[in-house]
Design a protein around this ligand. Structure first.
Ligand SMILES: C[S@@+](CC[C@H](N)C(=O)[O-])C[C@H]1O[C@@H](n2cnc3c(N)ncnc32)[C@H](O)[C@@H]1O
Length: 529
C-alpha cells in the first residue's frame, strides 16, 4: 500500500463507525470518514488483510485489534491553529524571538511538530512563520507522525473546505488553492515543512541531534502514553532542545508530578515548558525581557497564593465510604450507593481567586482540589468554572467539575461536562468511568452500565471500572454478575493501576483499597440471602 490511503466503500465506513460507537462510544460523522480510511490504511497491511469487509469481520470478533485501531482513528482530531492561546503566544513571542535568536547566531530556527497527524499543526506554524517574514531557508520545520498514512496525507496537503472553515479569508487566499474537493496547500507553504514517519516511543531519535531544537510541539499525543513512556520521551525532548528551548504540550497534558526537569513559564497567557539553561541547576526566576528568561512557575509544590473560600465540613458522603461498605452489607433490598446530600453553603459568597490569571492551570486545579478536600464544593465549582472559562479544554478541570456537578445532584450539568471531555478527548477513559459513576449516583443503572462498559472496552485492566460495574449489578440485584465483576476487579490488580486524570473525592486509587473493598463486597454477597 506504500503509505497510500485505501479506497473503502462508504457502507463499510458506516459499519465501522457504528462499531466504534457501540464499543467505544466514539462518534465519527461522515466528515471524519477520512480518518477512518487513514486508520484502515495503517492497520490492514499490518494484519495482512486486503479486503476492508474482511477486516471489519475481524474487528467484530477481535477486541484487541479494535483497540489498536482506536488511537489511529482519532488522528482526525486535529485542526488548524488548534489552541488559540498557544498560537497567539507563538505568533507574538515565541516564533519572533526564536527567529531573531537564530538570525543572530547565523543558523536556521529548528522546530519539531511531533505527532503532526494530517499536517494542520505544522502548516499553521508555517503560515505564522511566513507572516513573520521568515524565508523557507531560514526554517527547519520537521513534522512527524507514527501513522504513515497520515504523514502521506499531510504531505499531499489536501483539506476539505470544512477543515478550513475557521481560517481567515486572507490566509486561505494566500496559502491555499482551490482544488476539486476542497483546498490544497500552496507550494510556498509546503516548502517550509519536512514530513517524516517517526515513532515517539522509541529508545532514541536517530534523526535528532542533541541541543539542536528551538521548539517542540508535541500536543495531544502523550495522553495515550503510560508514565514510563512519557518520562523517557521527556528525557529525549530535553536532550534534543537547546538550552532555553521550549516544549508545548496539549491543553490537558501536564507534566505535573510526572516530570520535573523542565521549567514551566507563562508566555502571553500560554503555559509552556522550557529546558533550563543549566540542566543541573534550574535557575529560579528574575523578571526578564524574553521568554528565554521568563520566571519559572512552581508547579511541583503546593504553595500558591490563591485566596480560597472559607472551609466547610464535607458535604457529601465520600465514595470511599460507599466502597468500603458494600451495598449487600448495608442491608435490605434497596441498595444505596453514593448518597448525595446538598452541599452546605459557605458562610460567605465564594470569591474568585484574586490571582487566578497569574496561576497556572495546574495551580488553579490544585486549589480547587484542596477546596474539595475541605468539603467546600461551592468554591471548588466556582474555581473550576473560572478555570474552564479561561481554558475550555482543560481535561482534568472538566473531569473534576463533572464529578462535582454529579456529587451535588446536577446530573445534567455533569453529563454535559463529561460530554465536553469526550469531545475534547474521544478516548478519555475517565470521562466514561466518572460518567458511569454519575449515572450510578443518579440511579440510572442502564446508562451507568453502558458508560462503564465503554470504559472497560477502552481499558480492560482498570480495576476500579470493574468494581463500579459490580456495584451497578448489585443495584440491579444481579448478584451473580456482581460477584463476577468484583472478582474481575481483584484479578485486574495484577496489572499496575494508573492514576486517573481528574479528581473525585476519596476515590480509592491504591490497589489495596480496591482489593479490600471488592473482597469485602464479595464476602457480603456470599452471606446475602
Ligand atoms: C490527536 S493527534 C494530535 C495532532 C496534533 N498534534 C494536534 O494537537 O492537533 C495525535 C497524533 O499522535 C500520533 N501518535 C500516537 N502515538 C504516537 C507515537 N508513538 N509516535 C508518534 N506519533 C504518535 C497519532 O498518530 C496522531 O496523529
Amino acid at each position: 500500500m506504500g503509505g497510500g490511503v485505501l479506497t473503502v466503500t462508504s457502507r463499510a465506513l458506516q459499519q465501522l463507525a457504528s462499531l466504534l460507537l457501540e464499543r467505544a462510544g466514539l462518534k465519527i460523522t461522515p466528515d471524519g470518514y477520512h480518518s477512518l480510511r487513514l486508520a484502515l490504511s495503517t492497520r490492514m497491511p499490518l494484519m495482512g488483510v486486503v479486503d476492508p469487509e474482511e477486516y471489519l469481520r475481524r474487528l467484530r470478533s477481535d477486541e484487541n485489534e479494535l483497540r489498536a485501531l482506536l488511537p489511529l482513528v482519532t488522528v482526525g482530531h486535529t485542526e488548524f491553529f488548534r489552541d488559540p492561546k498557544q498560537f497567539q503566544a507563538l505568533e507574538q513571542r515565541i516564533l519572533p524571538e526564536a527567529l531573531q535568536r537564530a538570525r543572530r547566531e547565523y543558523r536556521k530556527v529548528s522546530i519539531w511538530s511531533a505527532g503532526c497527524a494530517t499536517g494542520e499543526e505544522p502548516y499553521s506554524l508555517a503560515m505564522v512563520l511566513v507572516e513573520l517574514g521568515a524565508l523557507s531557508i531560514e526554517v527547519d520545520l520537521w513534522a512527524t507522525d507514527l501513522n504513515v498514512a497520515a504523514v502521506e496525507a499531510a504531505r499531499q496537503g489536501r483539506f476539505s473546505a470544512r477543515r478550513l472553515a475557521g481560517m481567515s479569508q486572507e490566509r486561505r487566499n494566500r496559502f491555499f488553492r482551490p482544488v476539486e474537493d476542497g483546498y490544497e496547500v500552496a507550494p510556498l507553504l509546503k516548502d517550509y515543512v519536512r514530513f517524516d514517519g517517526q515513532n515517539l516511543a522509541v529508545a532514541s531519535f536517530d534523526k535528532v541531534q542533541p541541543e539542536s531544537l528551538d521548539l517542540i510541539l508535541c500536543r495531544n499525543v502523550i495522553i495515550y502514553f503510560d508514565l514510563p513512556t512519557i518520562r523517557a520521551l521527556m528525557d529525549r525532548f530535553l536532550t534534543a532542545l537547546r538550552p532555553g528551548g521550549l516544549l508545548l504540550l496539549g491543553y490537558s497534558e501536564s507534566l505535573f508530578k510526572v516530570y520535573d526537569r523542565f521549567e514551566m513559564v507563562e508566555v502571553d497567557g500560554a503555559f509552556v515548558y522550557r529546558r533550563p539553561k543549566d540542566l543541573a541547576e534550574p535557575r529560579p526566576g528574575i523578571r526578564p525581557m524574553s521568554f528565554f528568561e521568563l520566571p519559572v512557575i512552581q508547579t511541583q509544590s503546593s504553595s500558591t497564593t490563591v485566596e480560597e473560600g472559607p472551609a466547610v465540613l464535607p458535604a457529601t458522603r465520600s465514595l470511599r465510604e460507599t466502597l468500603e461498605v458494600s451495598p449487600a452489607v448495608q442491608r435490605t433490598v434497596e441498595v444505596p450507593t453514593v448518597k448525595v446530600e446538598p452541599p452546605r453553603e459557605p458562610k460567605s459568597k465564594p470569591r474568585r481567586p484574586s490571582r487566578s490569571l497569574k496561576l497556572s492551570p495546574e495551580e488553579r486545579l490544585n486549589a480547587a482540589v484542596r477546596m474539595i478536600e475541605r468539603g467546600d464544593f461551592v468554591s471548588a465549582v466556582s474555581t473550576l468554572e473560572h478555570l474552564l472559562a479561561d481554558e475550555p479544554g482543560h481535561l482534568d478541570g472538566l473531569l473534576t467539575l463533572g464529578n462535582l456537578y454529579s456529587l451535588t445532584g446536577r446530573v445534567e450539568d455533569a453529563r454535559e461536562t463529561f460530554a465536553q471531555a469526550i469531545a475534547r478527548e474521544p478516548l478519555c477513559v475517565e470521562a466514561r468511568v466518572f460518567g458511569g459513576l454519575a449515572e450510578l449516583q443518579a440511579g440510572h443503572l442502564v446508562a451507568a452500565r453502558s458508560e462503564l462498559g465503554k470504559a472497560l472496552f477502552l481499558e480492560p485492566t482498570l480495576a476500579i471500572g470493574h468494581y463500579l460495574v459490580a456495584q451497578v449489578h448489585e443495584r440491579l440485584v444481579d448478584h451473580e454478575a456482581a460477584r463476577r465483576s468484583y472478582r474481575n476487579a481483584i484479578s485486574q490488580l495484577r496489572f499496575s493501576q494508573r492514576p486517573l486524570a481528574g479528581h473525585y473525592p476519596d476515590l480509592p486509587d491504591s490497589a489495596e483499597s480496591i482489593s479490600r473493598a471488592a473482597r469485602y463486597a464479595l464476602a457480603a454477597l456470599e452471606e446475602a440471602p
